[in-house]
Design a protein. Structure first.
Length: 361
C-alpha cells in the first residue's frame, strides 16, 4: 500500500511521479489526513479493474483504510470531488488526480510550430505526429514533448486517446487530414478539430459520413477550428485554437491536479534542507486558484508553481518558511484578503484560501 509516515511524504510524491510516468491514463484518488493522530498520513487509491470499487494502490481493500468508508461516493473515483471530507477519523483532504491534458498535433507546419509553443506554455503535454523528418526535427526544436515521425495512420495508432486528449489536425493536405480524422474519431477524446475553410470543413464532414462515421461525431468536430477572432498570422491562429481548447478543458473539468514540474522537483530532490508543499484545500470569495492547486516552497524562499500570487501567496510563503523550522507533520494556514484589503493592495481578486502545508524532506 502507498501509505507514507508523516515525515516521509517525499516518498509519496516520488511514487506518484513514477505512477504517472507508467500509467498515463488512469486516475487516482489521493487522501491526506488533516487532523488527529494520523495527521499527515497519505494514501494513493486507484479504481479496481472493474471500475466498480476502489482499492489501495497495491491492491489492499479500501475498507482497510481507517475511516475512509465515511466519504460520500467512495464507491468510485468519479463520485469523489476534490475537497475536504469528514470521516470517522477526522477531516481528510480527498483529491482526484489525473494526468496533464495532452495536445496531439498532426502536422508541424507554421501554425503547428506555433501551436507546439503555445500549448506547452499553457500546460499541455504536446505530442506531434509528422511524416516528414525535417519538419519532425523542427517540432522537437519547438519544444514538443514527444514527436512521432511516421505516417499519420501509424503515428496515431500509437496514441490511445482518452478524456484528457485534444487532437488538432493541420496537415499539408486534404487527404492527410482525412487519414488523421478516420483514426482519431475511433478513439475517446476531449476535443478534435481540423484547420480548414468553411467549405472544406463541410466537404470533409460529407466525406466522413460517406465512409460510415457517425453523424454525431462529424457534427461535434471543431472545424473550422478555433474561436472566431479574425486571426491572420500563424501565432494568432494558434491562439484562437488554444483558446477553444481551454474553453472545452475548463468547461468539462479536464486538467492536471498535480503540477508535473513540482512532482519532478520533489522526486529528484537532493538538498538536505526541507521544503514545504502548499496545497489549497478550501477557497471562498474571488480567490483566483482552485482547490488542489499546489506551490513548492524551498528553504531559500524560491518557489515552483503558484497558488494565486499577490499578498495571499506572500503570506503563505512566510508561514511556510516558519513552518519548516518546526517538527509538525502538517499545518493548515488561512490567508484572507477581504474586498477592502484587496482594493487597498491593488489586487483584482480577494477572498480567502485555506492552505495545507506539508514538509518534504
Amino acid at each position: 500500500m502507498w501509505q507514507l509516515e508523516m515525515n516521509m511524504n517525499r516518498k509519496y510524491y516520488e511514487a506518484l511521479y513514477a505512477y504517472f510516468k507508467e500509467n498515463q491514463e488512469e486516475e487516482l484518488l489521493s487522501l491526506t489526513y488533516l487532523e488527529g493522530k494520523r495527521a499527515g498520513e497519505k494514501y494513493l487509491v486507484k479504481a479496481s479493474e472493474t471500475g466498480e470499487e476502489l482499492k489501495a494502490a497495491e491492491g489492499e481493500e479500501i475498507a482497510e483504510i481507517e475511516g475512509i468508508e465515511g466519504i460520500e461516493g467512495i464507491q468510485g473515483i468519479q463520485g469523489v470531488t476534490t475537497g475536504i471530507k469528514a470521516t470517522s477519523c477526522g477531516r481528510v483532504f480527498a483529491e482526484r488526480i489525473c494526468r496533464a491534458p495532452v495536445c496531439v498535433i498532426c502536422g508541424a507546419g507554421h501554425v503547428g510550430l506555433a501551436m507546439i509553443r503555445l500549448a506547452a506554455f499553457a500546460g499541455f503535454e504536446v505530442i506531434v505526429v509528422e511524416d516528414r523528418p525535417v519538419f519532425a526535427d523542427q517540432a522537437r526544436r519547438a519544444g514538443a514533448h514527444r514527436v512521432i515521425c511516421d505516417s499519420f495512420e501509424q503515428g496515431l495508432a500509437m496514441i490511445p486517446g482518452g478524456r484528457q486528449v485534444f487532437f488538432v489536425v493541420m496537415t499539408r493536405g486534404h487527404r492527410y487530414d482525412k487519414d488523421c480524422l478516420i483514426e482519431i474519431l475511433k478513439k475517446p477524446y476531449a476535443y478534435a478539430g481540423m484547420m480548414a475553410s468553411r467549405g472544406r470543413a463541410a466537404r470533409m464532414r460529407e466525406h466522413l459520413l460517406e465512409l460510415g462515421v457517425e453523424e454525431a461525431k462529424t457534427e461535434a468536430l471543431h472545424t473550422p477550428i478555433g474561436l472566431s477572432i479574425h486571426a491572420k498570422t500563424p501565432e494568432e491562429i494558434a491562439i484562437s485554437i488554444l483558446a477553444e481548447m481551454i474553453e472545452v478543458k475548463n468547461r468539462d473539468g479536464i486538467g492536471a491536479s498535480c503540477d508535473r514540474e513540482i512532482l519532478e522537483q520533489i522526486a529528484k530532490k537532493e538538498e538536505k534542507e526541507p521544503w514545504a508543499l502548499a496545497t489549497i484545500i478550501r477557497r471562498a470569495g474571488s480567490a483566483p486558484r482552485d482547490v488542489g492547486t499546489k506551490m513548492l516552497i524551498k528553504a531559500d524562499g524560491m518557489t515552483v508553481g503558484s497558488i494565486g500570487g499577490g499578498c495571499m501567496e506572500a503570506e503563505v510563503i512566510q508561514a511556510a518558511r516558519l513552518f519548516l523550522g518546526k517538527s509538525d507533520a502538517v499545518k493548515i494556514v488561512t490567508a484572507d484578503m477581504s474586498k477592502a484589503d484587496a482594493e487597498n493592495e491593488g489586487m483584482v481578486c480577494g477572498g480567502q484560501i485555506e492552505v495545507l502545508l506539508e514538509v518534504v524532506r
